[in-house]
Write a protein that binds this ligand. Structure first.
Ligand code: NAP
Length: 291
């Protein structure tokens, strides 16, 4: 049985559907049964629990052969944070898996590092280090940004204001990957014993600036220039909101980092390991997400 913590999320949902299609029994850990209702089926067991609570995690991991962590605490309901979910919640998952001898597949980010300017990336790195040292079988999958998340976010701003919102100058090339391709990779990593003890990175075929992405998203409609949130506003947001609205302050800091640090990616490594791994171009993802 495979436990998917975060099975209710965007990646988790696609992964659970793939595993079930292969006839694998899956347990989904979610804080709210209602958020996983779309996954209900004969092979899917849904358990309620919070990765920040060690006892919940131990109960969910019980009798699982594989534990997939597809959780994050960057944003979302319940006052989550990268420290409480990506670092400490993942530690709970790793500890519980180590106690029962389960294999851990940890979702992380390309660029995870102890000195990253992004808190999420530092907390993912802490979880990676903990997993590597804990002595249970493991694979780490690091991904670049999910295209579908950014397409949805930009379309939302366009629907609200008639123009796509771009954080910062929007001139920094960033790698984006389709979440479907990441789900396909995680699915095959679960089934591949040769992937144990490996850190596998996946990114898409294109490095795009946020301005290029905004233009591609707007291309079907009238030619309206994107609206840029100036870097000064992002700096103020990241500093001033920290005590009152930490989630929004985190988003400001992350937007600033995305506008400046090197987030390009060379996709050749995953292709060398899995030559038939799909890496879908933006135009095809946009066509699939057509409204
Ligand atoms: N989005 C990206 O661009 C991106 C890029 C690289 C890597 N990743 C990684 O890929 C994975 C999936 O990302 P996603 O964008 O698909 O996520 P998502 O759709 O935002 O879903 C987040 C998931 O985390 C779960 N979660 C959050 N806090 C939790 C808690 N305290 N206890 C239990 N579950 C909790 C949520 O479950 P409930 O709300 O149902 O409890 C939900 O299923 C994450 O590990 C993420 O860091 C994402």
């Amino acid at each position: 049985m495979i436990l998917v913590a975060g099975g209710s999320g965007r990646l988790g949902t696609l992964l659970v559907q793939r595993l079930v299609a292969r006839g694998m029994p899956v347990r989904v850990l979610t804080r709210s049964r209602a958020r996983a209702a779309h996954l209900a089926g004969a092979l899917v067991e849904i358990v309620e629990g919070d990765v920040r609570v060690a006892a919940d995690v131990q109960r969910a991991v019980d009798s699982a052969d594989v534990v997939v962590s597809a959780v994050h605490g960057f944003a979302g309901p319940g006052g989550v944070s990268p420290a409480s979910v990506d670092r400490d919640g993942n530690r709970h998952l790793v500890d519980a898996a180590a106690r029962t001898g389960a294999t851990v597949i940890l979702m992380s980010v390309v660029g995870a590092a102890a000195d990253s300017p992004m808190e999420l990336f530092r907390m993912k790195y802490a979880a990676e280090q903990y997993l590597r040292a804990r002595g249970t079988a493991w694979t780490i999958v690091r991904s670049t940004a999910f295209l579908e998340v950014w397409i949805a976010l930009m379309r939302e701003t366009m629907d609200r204001a008639g123009r796509v919102m771009v954080f910062g100058r929007g001139e920094n090339p960033i790698n984006f990957v389709s979440v479907n391709d990441v789900a396909a990779l995680v699915d095959r990593v679960i089934a591949d014993p040769g992937a144990r003890g490996q850190t596998i990175e996946i990114g898409g075929p294109e490095n795009l600036t946020l301005t290029e992405l905004a233009k591609a998203i707007q291309s079907a409609g009238p030619a309206v220039a994107p609206r840029h949130i100036p870097c000064a506003a992002l700096t103020a947001m990241s500093l001033l909101l920290r005590p009152f609205w930490p989630e929004r302050a985190r988003q400001g800091a992350a937007a600033l980092a995305m506008d400046t640090i090197d987030l390009r990616f060379d996709r050749s490594a995953v292709g060398a390991r899995y030559p038939d791994q799909p890496l879908t171009p933006l135009a095809d993802v946009l066509a699939r997400c057509a409204r």
